[in-house]
Design a protein around this ligand. Structure first.
Ligand code: KIV
Ligand code: ZN
Length: 500
């Protein structure tokens, strides 16, 4: 058996299912290109049957990348498989990922079927997908809670039907590492097609009990040859297995003899980029890529690290692309310094785009002593927002103690200017009421959080919002040194995403 472990990244499918993390096609292409540079083997680009937007993303990602296999998810349903095959038409290497629930509760409550019927449907879906592509992966949803003996019969049937990879998801994140490892071992020992090398097993572990990385490693140690992961571990509920954790665990334990194709120095830039595009902060104590992952604060640790980094560091931050000789950005920094810091944070920018961003950078730098990585990522995000249909032209607010706040606002909608004014119970209320005098839709503000990016009264404020419109929840984000402007930007971000 080969010791090469294939990395299957599902940031753009399972990761993107997280509320508020949706990306547009251009952003998905940006992530896919970085995943290719990172060295992932498979990119799960979407679930084409879910929506025309998902279908289009799979088409465009297929055109944009060359080396990785592009994978599209389906249910074990012919129509889904037809649509996935169509979406994959431009992929140089393509895979259909089809499957069905195999646990007792899925069979009984989701499908109202018998275990034998599920095996038939599973094998039929694989055979149908084989009409379109050679490379077919089958997932046994909720395999974590599926009886091993029955699961082995399912795996045997789909391998005989032509599956090249069989995914064993711990969909609910329930299993302990020993149990999950034993499941993989059991399948390796009881399915002839696996020992004969006709197919490989894949892990797909969710993190509901914080076991995703440990379970994935247990799977790989027991014979799985593909692992399904996401950048920063994003995904449904508590998330998926994080790519950076698995890759660095294997790298720091070379005696396991399991190798990946990942260029580890690209880990930090892509982590920052995904976090910024998805407006999904990385927790400071997150393994490998968190802000504090390499920060030593206690005196004893600092003393040890200064004498020799190995005393308290199991890996060199440079191995994952963390540039500790950070160039500090101030109002005196030039374009080259800005370009460098953007690159360290996973954003490649040049020419006119860089010039435009540099102007905005100077405005922020005039207001703050030091411009942080978070600030420039927010700026890069705000820069992307400029292509949107409804834009904030100006905003003026008067507020204070003992007076009612008053706001006047100017919006540009498809190039045309609209103005309105309103009073309100505080500056944000006044500004949003003024905005709603222009955009007269029935929408309700559901959630509103304000956060400072780092520290200091000159800091940028980040606003996350949820607005309900036409029965759908939309997530918006805004950032500015003025939190009222950030709030209006977040509201507009929601409005720009309205589907009708
Ligand atoms: O968690 C899961 O079971 C999945 C499958 C659709 C692969 O995401
Ligand atoms: Zn999943």
């Amino acid at each position: 058996m080969s010791d090469r472990l294939y990395i299957f990244d599902t940031t753009l499918r399972d990761g993107e299912q997280v509320p508020g993390c949706q990306l547009n096609t251009v952003e998905k292409i940006e992530v896919a290109r970085q995943l290719e540079a990172l060295g992932v083997d498979v990119i799960e680009a979407g679930f084409p049957m879910a929506s025309p937007v998902d279908l289009n993303s799979v088409v465009e990602i297929s055109k944009a990348v060359t080396w990785p296999t592009i994978c599209a998810l389906t249910r074990a349903v012919e129509k889904d498989i037809d649509v996935a095959a169509e979406a994959l038409q431009y992929a140089k290497h393509k895979r259909i990922h089809t499957g069905i629930g195999t646990s007792e509760s899925h069979i009984k409550y989701k499908f109202n079927a018998t275990p034998e019927e599920i095996i038939e449907r599973a094998a039929a879906a694989v055979k149908y997908a084989k009409r379109f592509v050679e490379d077919v992966e089958f997932y046994a949803e909720d395999a974590g809670r599926t009886d091993n003996e029955y699961l082995a019969r399912v795996v045997d049937a789909v391998v005989k039907a032509g599956a090249t990879v069989v995914n064993i998801p711990d969909t609910t994140g329930f299993r302990l590492p020993t149990e999950y490892g034993e499941k993989i071992k059991y399948l390796m020992e009881h399915v002839d097609g696996l020992s004969a090398g006709k197919a490989i097993l894949s892990t797909h572990c969710h993190n509901d009990l914080g076991m995703a990385t440990a379970n994935t490693l247990a799977g790989a140690i027991n014979g799985a040859r593909q692992v399904e992961v996401t950048i920063n571990g994003i995904g449904e509920r508590a998330g998926n297995t994080s790519l950076e954790e698995v890759v660095m665990a294997l790298k720091t334990h070379p005696y396991l003899g399991i190798e990946t194709n990942i260029n580890t120095q690209k880990i930090y830039p892509i982590s920052r980029m995904v976090s910024s595009l998805m407006n999904m902060p990385v927790q400071p104590n997150k393994a490998v890529v968190g802000k504090n992952a390499f920060a030593h604060s206690s005196g004893i640790h600092q003393d040890g690290v200064l004498k020799n980094a190995e005393t308290y560091e199991i890996m060199d931050p440079k191995m994952v692309g963390i540039d500790d000789n950070a160039i500090v950005l101030t109002a005196r920094s030039g374009r080259a310094a800005l370009k460098h810091r953007l690159k360290v944070n996973g954003v490649e920018m040049d020419g006119e785009k860089l010039d435009q961003l540099y102007k905005k950078f100077l405005q922020i730098a005039d207001q703050k002593k030091e411009v942080t990585d978070d600030d420039i990522l927010v700026l890069a995000g705000a820069h992307r927002a400029e292509t949107r249909n409804v834009k904030l032209d100006y905003l003026q607010v008067t507020t204070g103690k003992g007076v009612r706040s008053v706001a006047s606002i100017g919006l540009k909608i498809a190039g045309e200017c609209f103005e309105a004014a309103s009073s309100g119970n505080g500056p944000v209320d006044a500004a949003i009421k003024a905005l709603r005098c222009i955009i007269k839709r029935e929408m309700t503000l559901k959630e509103f959080t304000i956060q400072a990016i780092s520290k200091g009264s000159d800091d940028m404020g980040k606003v996350h919002m949820q607005v309900e419109y036409d029965g759908i929840l939309y997530y918006g984000f805004g950032a500015n040194t003025d939190i009222v402007t950030a709030s209006v930007e977040a509201y507009l971000d929601c409005i720009n995403k309205f589907k009708s």
